[in-house]
Design a protein around this ligand. Sequence first.
Ligand code: AHR
Length: 376
Amino acid sequence: MKGFRRCLVLLLVLLVCLTACASAEDKNTETPAETEKETGSISAGPEDGVDSVAVNPKGTLTIGFVMIGSESDWRIACNRSVEEAFSRENGYYLVMRDGQQKQENQMKAMREFIDMDVDYILLNPVAENGWDAVLQEAREAGIPVVVFDRKVRTADPDAYTTWIGSDFLLEGRRACAWLEAFLESRQYQDRLNIVHLQGTMESSAQIGRTRALDEALRRNRRWNLLERKPAEFTTAKAKEVMADMLKLYGERIQVVYCENDNMAYGAIDSIERAGRNVGANLERGDVLVISFDAVRHAMELALKDDIAVVTECDPLYGPRLTQIIQQLKRGEVPDHEIYVKEAQFSAIWEPSQVMVNGIAHKVTKLTEEIIENRAY
Ligand code: AHR
């Protein structure tokens, strides 16, 4: 009898424990979306947990920002511009996820935002292909996706809501047109040996700028591509790749076509370490550097002729994106593709314009004043 009573007591205790555990578990089973929205979490990495910042007030729009990373000065300016524009004061609740240059991280972030049921997703895709499935998931969930900067290539053109970004092919064409015009102005008739540092492979910026150089190589029989190699849009990688190229080709290198400013910094460093001079005096044996982006430091290098020509890629997407989101909120339909207007700068030689496929594009003479007023 005693044994039976002890068993009964034990059973009761066990029951009480199980009920307590179940109710504790209930409290922890909020979806990540609920947790994020209620705490107002903004985190930097895909693995980051919830770090409470503030509460998302009612009436604000929740925006999921799928970032690429921070490979370049340009990217840092771009991320900052988005973060500033989608501020709490402006009525937004921005959740940022850093893809760290990996598409799989970006996909994971997309799915996280879909689970969170955010109002809009801003997708800054690292590469063009491979987005169909996740974009379809966002569409089924009724979440508009605004793609910006680089493009996505999808079977269904309506897989995303709108895209805004640069015409990377035009940027490359302008850079090559500048080089053609420059050589002509110097009556340079000899063979021209070029090396090419490419950005992140399969990204729109790499695809467009590489294609433009390929077209120019076909047009200019005397231009000779010694080698091209990816350098990931980073200074460190470009330094390494350029040093290897210099070891291999030495004095033969006359032009380096860098697909962004940070790679130009790396290339210049290696060129100077190898005892060569950067500049535009090809007869004297200079290495002529071509770059893209036009961030402040690159402009400073261009002003002292270390970079011969820099074709702008505008990173200030924040205000443009808020405009699109407001349009969507009002039920308006923005254009499906929006191209940003960009400039080109040189201090070495500045024709007032270069021609690309019969269309004139302005070349701006670089001055200290332009650099002082540069926002990034
Ligand atoms: O997609 C834009 C490119 O990516 C910029 O040229 C480069 O600097 C960046 O990392």
